[in-house]
Ligand binder design. Structure first.
Ligand SMILES: Nc1ncnc2c1ncn2[C@@H]1O[C@H](COP(=O)(O)OP(=O)(O)O)[C@@H](O)[C@H]1O
Ligand code: SF4
Ligand SMILES: [Mg+2]
Length: 339
């Protein structure tokens, strides 16, 4: 059993989520697992429902949101847990890192105090012991001169250092699950790679489960064990990382992949962005929501509620490869593939 098992999660906001025609659900029947010591990636363009999914799991959506489904964490359904119990889970068993650390760090409290408070709350350590451990944590996340940094306020740190401090705070409670929503989007590319590598190391060392949310398949490529691709509130494809990158089958996934810069591409070759925007959607009940942007769309795609099914063409060794597409990207013949 996975540490977190999300099943059939749906979220609707009164008045609709502002997306296409008949669909008013921001998240629509989403299921996925996050296992201890593994990184599960949730990918999709802006507005696909990634953040709403994670906020729903943590019980952090506005009260007006209509949430259904289950999110069983360590044997308990978080979606039906009373707020008081949920508060215990947040910050102790589950920690979160968001895109903009300035919104989560307290601007008027030093970094050191913010980390030691978390440590003392979770471990009951003395002030002195917590202070020492806070310094070690900052060093662990690659912050130089950690003892001096402990006395500084968030605005005195660079963006990259602030994000590292956020990760240190998240790790201070030694969570079972770390939810990171676009954790490196605000950072420049070099720092981004360092922070991602660090998070990957920590997850594997400590056996933490991690849900990594990003719009960037490049981020997923380096870190995730499994990748779930969302479009317009629904899962459209899921596979292990190697399988997904080797054989993207959904037309949206292959479009996303084509727009990831490749180091091995000939110089000057232009990226191919997916035509249109995520706003060009139809409701899933009218057919594939991606159809208005898909070059392979046909009448078969306009059936209600296309199912998410195992890809019959996936090699057995690849394990689960789920797909919601009437005309998947063709794969090489199985014999060619094994050659
Ligand atoms: N509090 C809210 N009230 C109404 N609609 C919302 C709210 N939060 C998010 N949405 C809508 O839900 C959809 C998914 O948003 P979100 O999960 O933030 O996307 P992502 O994180 O994938 O960029 C969007 O259409 C967004 O406008
Ligand atoms: S179901 Fe049809 S429209 Fe949707 S991605 Fe597949 S081929 Fe394109
Ligand atoms: Mg988001």
């Amino acid at each position: 059993m996975a540490l977190l098992e999300v099943r059939d999660l749906s979220v609707a906001f009164p008045g609709g989520s502002g997306r296409g025609s008949s669909s008013s659900k921001a998240v629509d029947g989403v299921s996925f697992d996050v296992e201890a010591g593994r990184v599960a990636g949730l990918v999709g363009e802006s507005g696909s429902g990634k953040s709403v999914t994670s906020l729903a799991v943590m019980g952090l959506l506005p009260k007006t949101a209509q949430v259904s489904g289950t999110a069983v964490f360590d044997g308990r359904d978080l979606l039906s847990l009373p707020e008081r119990d949920l508060e215990g889970v947040r910050g102790r068993d589950v920690a979160m890192v968001f895109q903009d650390p300035m919104t989560s760090l307290n601007p008027v409290v030093t970094v050191g105090t913010q980390i030691t408070e978390v440590l003392r709350r979770h471990t009951g350590a003395s002030r002195k012991a917590a202070r020492d451990e806070a310094g070690e944590l900052l060093a662990r996340v690659g912050i130089p001169a950690p003892v001096r940094r402990l006395r500084e306020y968030p605005h005195q740190l660079s963006g990259g250092m602030r994000q590292r401090a956020m990760i240190a705070i998240a790790l201070a409670c030694n969570p079972k699950l770390l939810i990171a929503d676009e954790p490196t989007t605000a950072l420049d590319v070099t720092i981004q790679a360092q922070v991602l590598e660090l998070m990957g190391d920590l997850v594997r060392e400590r056996g933490t489960a991690m849900l990594l949310i990003t719009h960037d398949l490049g981020v997923v490529a380096g870190l995730c064990d499994t990748v779930t691709v969302m479009y317009s509130g629904r899962v459209v494809e899921r596979a292990g990382r190697h399988e997904l990158f080797a054989r993207p089958r959904h037309r949206y996934t292959s479009g996303l992949l084509a727009s990831v810069p490749r180091l091995d591409a000939p110089r000057g070759q232009r990226l191919q962005p997916i035509p249109g925007t995520p706003r060009d959607v139809i409701g899933w009940t009218d057919g594939c929501a991606f159809a208005p942007r898909c070059t392979a769309a046909s009448g078969d795609c306009r059936v209600p509620d296309l199912p998410l099914e195992q890809d019959d063409d996936a090699p057995a060794a690849a394990g689960q490869h789920l797909l919601r597409c009437a005309h998947p990207v063709p794969t090489a013949h199985p014999e060619e593939r094994s050659a």
